[in-house]
Design a protein around this ligand. Structure first.
Ligand code: HEM
Length: 406
């Protein structure tokens, strides 16, 4: 971002600031600022005043007299850009020409003007970068004006950084630029850490059941004690506790008022836009796209992973109950649970139960790595959010799943 800044106050005392310009390279930053700053003489718009102040500081040589009212067609709620006829403007050094300046919100300007795919990607990435720091992109495009005032095709030149209130360049970004947003309820956090403890105990005891690698070895006449009995007892007891925790989670999914807990959150691909956003997130994870859509809670990829995890845990509980049912074959209830062993065989169910355990270990490894990575890169306090319930977001950023961060 270039250094020149200008500011103006709105009627309510809010400061509007200009933080320089981003150029696609065809003209200098000062020229973009100059084009964005030419406004109607009557304009008392704080953005126009801030732009003029910035231009005065950066390129006094470029300062143009305010344009006439008939040469200025302001933006409207339906057409979010203004059109201004600017006579005799030095677009390139001493090359003066008449141009029409299109100035406004990025997407409408991109839709109206000609721009290559590469430049479109570049300008959008920089605008997202600016947005994450609390700035808005005021796009600037120009069209040449022919001898009989016929207007040619618009080409996008870049954008001007416009900020409202307390926006700051990254260099002097301080704690006041961040807002704390509450995301996870106390019950969800409690469940998360209970699950961690329970899965850890079940993994340790399950592994020992699979491979009793310590303790007295069974041999002819030797007393091996009750060690494995205790290990199995702990496994079953904690297993039933885990099933209870799972059941409370299912009940919460249908009764809770917290939208992150509701069953509807388990399927994040409800519209075509959701699928598109999933593509963007995948591209970002595959290191193809530098930015991904911002989510306060889970992005679609995370949500699908957690839904698959819930299903995996459900299957693990069911296979555990199937194995447990084998001990009680005189009871119809447990006979029912043990049915799969008749179709697939006991060794298969045991192997399956063990394989799900290894899949859970793989999930936990990747989960912890990604949590630490995201927290270090995004500086949003994601890890502590599972303790205190909230994340830090830059003021002015606009998450997909929550209102703009104020
Ligand atoms: C994170 C969850 C769990 C993990 C990682 C886990 C892991 C294991 C492992 C590795 C085994 C040894 C398999 C073998 O070689 O026979 C096992 C056995 C078993 N598990 Fe689990 N388990 C889990 C949950 C459960 C649950 C919820 C139950 C249901 C109460 C359960 C009941 C059993 C039973 C009955 C056995 C067979 C014990 C035996 O043969 O003496 N497990 N578990």
């Amino acid at each position: 971002m270039s250094a020149p800044t200008g500011s103006a106050l709105t009627a309510t005392g809010t400061e509007v600031r200009v933080g320089g310009a981003f150029t696609l390279g065809t003209v200098a930053e000062g020229v973009i600022l100059g084009l964005a700053a030419v406004s109607c003489a009557e304009s008392t718009d704080p953005v126009d005043r801030a732009l003029r102040a910035a231009l005065l500081e950066d390129r006094p040589d470029l300062e143009k007299p305010p344009v006439l009212e008939e040469d200025f067609d302001p933006a409207t709620p339906r057409r979010r850009y203004s059109l201004t006829m600017v006579r005799h403007f030095p677009l390139h050094d001493d090359d003066y020409s008449d141009v029409v300046v299109m100035r406004g919100a990025l997407e409408p300007v991109l839709a109206k003007a000609t721009i290559s795919r590469r430049d479109k990607g570049l300008i959008r990435r920089n605008a997202t970068w600016a947005l994450a720091r609390g700035w808005r992109a005021l796009a600037v495009a120009v069209a040449p004006v022919g001898p009989r005032d016929q207007v040619g095709t618009f080409s996008v030149l870049g954008f001007v950084y416009v900020g409202v209130g307390r926006v700051k360049p990254l260099a002097d970004e301080g704690p006041s630029n961040w807002a704390w947003v509450q995301v996870w309820s106390a019950s969800l956090r409690a469940q998360h850490w209970l699950n961690v403890a329970v899965v850890l105990i079940l993994s340790c005891t399950g592994y020992i059941i699979m491979d009793p690698f310590f303790g007295p070895a069974a041999g002819q006449g030797s007393d091996v004690g009750f060690l494995m009995g205790w290990v199995r007892l702990i496994h079953f007891a904690v297993g039933f506790l885990w099933i209870l925790i799972g059941l409370t989670r299912v009940v919460a999914a249908f009764t809770s008022r917290d939208r992150h807990l509701r069953w509807s959150a388990w399927w994040p691909l409800k519209t075509k836009t959701d699928v598109k956003r999933l593509g963007l997130v995948l591209g970002h994870y595959a290191l193809i796209k530098p930015e991904a859509p911002l989510y306060v809670a889970h992005n679609p990829l995370q949500q699908l992973t957690y839904t698959a995890l819930y299903l995996g845990c459900g299957v693990q509980m069911l296979t555990g109950l199937t194995l447990f049912g084998l001990y009680h074959q005189t009871n119809w209830f447990w006979e029912l649970f043990a049915m799969p062993t008749h179709w697939l065989g006991i060794p298969f169910i045991r192997l399956f139960h063990t394989m799900v355990m290894f899949c859970l270990w793989a999930f936990v490894t990747v989960h912890v790595y990604l949590a630490v990575r995201a927290d270090s890169l995004e500086r949003h306090g994601g890890i502590s959010s599972m303790i205190n319930g909230g994340v830090w977001l830059r003021r002015g950023s606009q998450p997909v799943d929550a209102p703009e961060v104020g």
